[in-house]
Design a protein around this ligand. Structure first.
Ligand SMILES: *Cc1c(COP(=O)(O)O)cnc(C)c1O
Length: 361
């Protein structure tokens, strides 16, 4: 059985080494005679897996001691609501930078709990760019400022981050966490669903500055408080144990291939392979994102006509490339090239794109 060239936007490709490791210990985890899925979440064996995930994430992302790492459920989408529930006090403003559909959704959830504002938006130009980090509009009473570091649907990515001093800076990093080094100290809360770069769906990583845990959240339901999970090492209730096990294996793999810096080099190289084809195609392939806002994770492009888009997608599918259709909201084509996507898969796609253009003449 050959592996597909998987360019799915999420859930997405996992490294073959991670899958094989999981397969090798699926029915008998470390001589327990049980699968990791069958272990008690209070057992010593599971606890080792759980704590290793936190330890490795700290190591790989250089997370300082004044931050907690939490493993939650509900995806990034539940974070859209948990953030205002925990931080958007009366009289304060949840201030959002709109760079795509996920930012819009995050802001919408905040509006159920309090006042919101738009710090900057590139909606007018169809979300083809990231605003200048120095151009954001702040309010004295901002509860926080929220950004989306990589816009999965539009294929744009912040290349430098705003420096926010008057309020906490919060980032949805669901589609680019661990794809490149990040200045953690710039942020007060970072969250990411695991299913793009970190493992399977089912677990959401939250990196939170400890100071943010010192507020009164008596009005928030227990499960929706960050303090609940911080106080219990993310073991307040049954965590998604198998997803966390897969996260641990994925983090080990990142460490094995040289850590975040090495992964970032690989990712840059992978993205360049595809952007080079786009840039050298004389306009046959047209990138959705402006060059300086391009994402290294989601490469979005269109062909000269809708008919050619469809023909490209059909022939690509035939040739074994999976998941290249653009998001239903913008159409066109999108190659999601997260950590688990190999350089070889990107090379194969680049060749396919070149050949398709030649044949279309
Ligand atoms: C995928 C994605 C989400 C949604 O994540 P869920 O885990 O499905 O809730 C949110 N934000 C961004 C940037 C994403 O890429």
């Amino acid at each position: 059985m050959e592996r597909a060239y998987n360019f799915n936007a999420g859930p997405s490709a996992l490294p073959i080494e991670v899958l094989q490791k999981a397969e090798s210990e699926l029915v008998n985890f470390r001589n327990t005679g049980m699968s990791v899925m069958e272990l008690s979440h209070r057992s010593k064996e599971y606890e080792e897996v759980h704590n290793e995930a936190g330890r490795l994430l700290r190591e790989l992302l250089h997370i300082p001691d004044n931050y907690e790492v939490l493993f939650l459920q509900g995806g990034a989408s539940l974070q859209f609501a948990m953030i205002p529930m925990n931080f958007l006090d009366k009289g304060k403003i949840g201030n959002y930078v709109l760079t795509g559909s996920w930012s819009e959704k995050a802001k919408k959830e905040a509006s159920f709990f309090g006042e919101t504002a738009v710090a900057a938006s590139t909606k007018e130009d169809k979300y083809t760019s990231i605003p200048n980090p120095k151009s954001l509009t702040y309010n004295d009473n901002d509860a926080y400022v929220h950004i989306t570091s990589n816009n999965t649907i539009y294929g744009t990515q912040w290349q430098s981050f705003p420096s926010v001093r008057h309020a906490p800076l919060i980032a949805d990093m669901s589609s680019d966490i661990l794809s490149r080094p990040i200045p953690i100290e710039n942020f007060d809360l970072i969250y990411a669903g695991a299913q793009k770069n970190l493992g399977p769906s089912g677990v959401t990583v939250v990196i939170i500055r400890k100071e943010l845990l010192e507020r009164n959240v008596d009005h928030v339901p227990t499960m929706l408080r960050y303090t609940t999970h911080a106080d219990s090492n993310s073991l307040y209730n049954t965590p998604p144990t198998f997803a966390i096990y897969m996260l641990t294996q994925t983090l080990r793999w990142v460490k094995d291939v040289g850590g975040t810096e090495a992964i970032a080099d690989r990712n840059r190289n992978k993205a360049e392979l595809l952007y080079t084809v786009i840039d050298e195609s004389n306009g046959f392939y047209k990138g959705h994102a402006e060059k300086e806002s391009r994402s290294y994770m989601n490469v979005t492009f269109n062909l000269p006509s809708e008919e050619l888009n469809q023909q490209f997608l059909a022939e690509a599918k035939e040739a074994g490339f999976v998941g290249l259709g653009g998001h239903r909201s913008i159409g066109g084509c999108r190659a999601s090239i997260y950590n688990g996507v190999t350089t070889e898969a990107c090379e194969a796609l680049a060749s396919f794109m070149r050949k398709f253009q030649q044949d279309a003449k």
